[in-house]
Write a protein that binds this ligand. Structure first.
Ligand code: 5RP
Length: 222
């Protein structure tokens, strides 16, 4: 099976976690796009979704799924999103699609995080994928030096020759070279640095369940 087919498989498998009658939290990325396409088949059984990005909102609405503001909803039963890396404990690196801040907000509002990913995303230890960090632009250079002190190399993410601007009007540093042995401690530490909006390690908001697309079908890690 191709990587695209594995994404379709887990996108469809995630439907079993959607609670009929309840608003669902929706992440961002190519795997989530497969989930959104599947979700459209049961749109009459849910009130709608809370979305983690402008891109997902557009796709949801184009398929006739109502999108609620996060502020209109107290708690969500489930949040479904992809990952750039996930380990056996459900700790993840996210933010490859630059949506990490809203993803973490919607995840924190949800009782259960269901991660959908193809098997290439499963790792022993987080850190091979450069860690995305959303930062306030005036702090970017100092934060890059703080990562250098930890052995990381931070690069300002670009789009069309300019620093990428997130849905929140901020910048992204991609930090390579970090071996993250303690995801909870790493997330807590970087969260303290002035100018950091969101670090793309999801340890405090880890996945409760991961649906992993493999050549032999969907493997469920929980
Ligand atoms: C976006 C994300 C995505 O979930 C992550 O990058 C995985 O994306 P894809 O499903 O396209 O591989 O965190 O900010």
């Amino acid at each position: 099976m191709t990587q695209d087919e594995l994404k379709t498989l887990v996108g469809q498998a995630a439907l079993q976690y959607v609670v009929p009658g309840e608003i669902v939290g929706v992440g961002t990325g190519s795997t989530v796009n497969k989930f959104i396409a599947a979700l459209a088949t049961m749109k009459d059984r849910i009130p709608g979704a809370v979305s983690s990005s402008v891109a997902s909102t557009r796709l949801l609405e184009s398929l006739g799924i109502r999108v609620f503001e996060a502020t209109e909803v107290d708690e969500l039963a489930v949040y479904i999103d992809g990952a750039d890396e996930i380990d056996g404990q459900g700790y993840m690196i996210k933010g490859g699609g630059a949506a990490l801040t809203r993803e973490k907000i919607v995840a924190a509002q949800s009782r259960r995080f269901v991660c959908i990913a193809d098997e290439s995303k499963l790792v022993q230890q987080l850190g091979r994928f450069p860690v995305p960090v959303e930062v306030i632009p005036m702090a970017a250079r100092r934060i890059a030096r703080q990562f250098a002190a930890l052995g990381g190399t931070a690069t300002l993410r670009q789009k069309d020759g300019q620093p990428l601007v997130t849905d929140n009007g901020q910048h992204i540093l991609d930090v390579a070279g970090l071996a993250i042995a303690d995801p909870l401690g790493f997330e807590s530490e970087v969260n303290q640095w002035p100018g950091v909006v969101t670090v793309g390690v999801f340890a405090h908001q880890k996945a409760a369940v991961c649906l992993l697309g493999t050549a032999s079908g969907v493997r469920t890690l929980s």
